[in-house]
Design a protein around this ligand. Structure first.
Ligand code: AMP
Length: 416
């Protein structure tokens, strides 16, 4: 028996209503905020991700699906959505458009992770990127969008954590202080953090191993080492969030897993939940990335949210989501002539915009009506020999159990 590869899943029809609800809510928000959709390829030049995400990040070190294609080119399945959008921004000269350029995407993301609840090897993200402006009002806009998405979906009890990790001017000094702090406590670090120390010191801050966690609480805070410009940016952002009535808490351990972030970083998670896979979304500013990828210096900010985690949280909170395309009509028939009539009628109703399926069996009426029930159709139509002769059908309202006789040529109208 073949099975879906470990860490991947089939999204079966009963699940689809959640996906459709999330996609629809997300694209409505994008429309309200003036963001336009972009789709980039599922795979890119591997070097794009190594360059942007950073060589000593978990994603690049251990999680990328990379291979050489038959032409010998290095290829990686998209492990995140921001770098491809930046690549497209540069490639298509979007700096010539009015700035900022506001874009959104919905895409599958591939990471070779240890699968568990809320963590998969293929997952899906909805993300937005606002490129070409350094104004903290844009950070506030993007955070507000994420927040409104969760509110509009009906999620309750979510919490926003915020930090600033500085820029290429002030971060080196902070990293030195941080490195020296952890070097003093090297013996208490977990093996992973010992290895990361010096290579990716920032990441030590969000290690969840209990011994590291205690150390991290006492670690020097990036917020205390910001240069004047970064401090001003952070203060203004906090003012804007207050203006928008968005509650947030400062979290000095929040650093995120990708190297390209500068200044603002944020994450949104269900209140009071901790652990490695509770965040439903996160993002931040990445002012140097586009330049690193060969573009002009272009400040930018974005966020992404995992759709699987949203589905998990919607279910956990018993949020009722609209049903998808309920079937309107199920046609049951008795006898060959009725069967032919059912076939013509099915086609006629579908052309009239009424969703219809007809029974494929010649079983008893009782058996076919059972099928009608299971199909979830709002109406069943019964055609027997008498009905064929009189050019009528029996129309049954499944919820009310009431039925009436309707002429075939008036049926579409009656159903509408
Ligand atoms: P990141 O790109 O790591 O910032 O992730 C953005 C969001 O995607 C997270 O907040 C999660 O909701 C979701 N996410 C990240 N990795 C996974 C994964 N392996 N499986 C499922 N969802 C994920």
């Amino acid at each position: 028996m073949y099975q879906a590869p470990r860490g991947t899943s089939d999204i079966l029809p009963p699940e689809q209503k959640y996906w459709s609800y999330i996609r629809h809510t997300a694209s409505s928000i994008c429309q309200l905020y003036g963001y336009q959709r972009i789709d980039t390829p599922t795979f890119e030049d591997a070097r794009l991700f190594v360059r942007s995400i950073g060589e000593s990040t978990d994603i690049v070190e251990k999680e990328m699906y990379s291979f050489e294609d038959k032409g010998g080119d290095p290829i990686t399945l998209r492990p995140e959505g921001t770098a491809p959008v930046c690549r497209a921004y540069v490639e298509h000269g979007m700096h010539n458009l009015p700035q900022p350029v506001r874009l959104y995407y919905m895409a599958s993301i591939f990471r070779y992770e240890r699968p568990q609840a809320g963590r998969y090897r293929e997952h899906h993200q909805f993300g937005v990127e606002a490129l070409g402006a350094a104004d903290p009002a844009l950070d506030a806009e993007v955070i507000d969008m994420a927040w409104q998405l969760y509110v509009n979906l009906g999620l309750k009890g979510i919490a926003l954590s915020l930090n600033s990790i500085g820029c290429s001017n002030c971060r080196p000094r902070y990293l030195e202080v941080l490195k020296s702090y952890y070097t003093q406590h090297k013996e208490s670090l977990c093996p992973d953090c010992k290895r990361r120390l010096g290579k990716n010191t920032l990441r030590l801050l969000d290690c969840k191993t209990p011994s590291c966690f205690a150390l991290n609480e006492q670690a020097p805070r990036s917020m205390d080492y910001l240069c004047q410009e970064c401090a001003d940016h952070f203060n203004q952002l906090r003012n804007y969030l207050n203006l928008l009535n968005l509650p947030f808490s400062l979290s000095h351990r929040l650093v995120r897993g990708l190297d390209y972030y500068t200044r603002t970083v944020f994450e949104i998670a269900p209140e009071g939940e901790t652990g490695a896979q509770v965040a439903i979304g996160g993002g931040g500013r990445y002012d140097d990335l586009i330049e690193q990828l060969g573009g002009k210096p272009t400040p930018a900010v974005g966020f992404a949210t995992g759709i699987e985690r949203l589905v998990l949280n919607l279910k956990k909170q018993d949020v009722v989501v609209p049903a998808l395309f309920p079937l309107t009509v199920f046609i049951a028939h008795l006898g060959q002539e009725a069967r032919d009539e059912a076939m013509k009628l099915t086609s006629h109703l579908r052309k009239s915009g009424i969703s219809t399926i007809a029974s494929l069996s010649d079983k008893s009426l009782k058996a076919q009506l059972k099928q009608a029930n299971v199909s979830g159709a709002r109406y069943s139509i019964i055609i027997g020999e008498d009905e064929v002769k009189s050019r009528t059908v029996t129309l049954r309202n499944m919820a009310k159990g009431e039925q009436q006789t309707v002429p075939i040529d008036k049926l579409a109208e009656a159903l509408r």
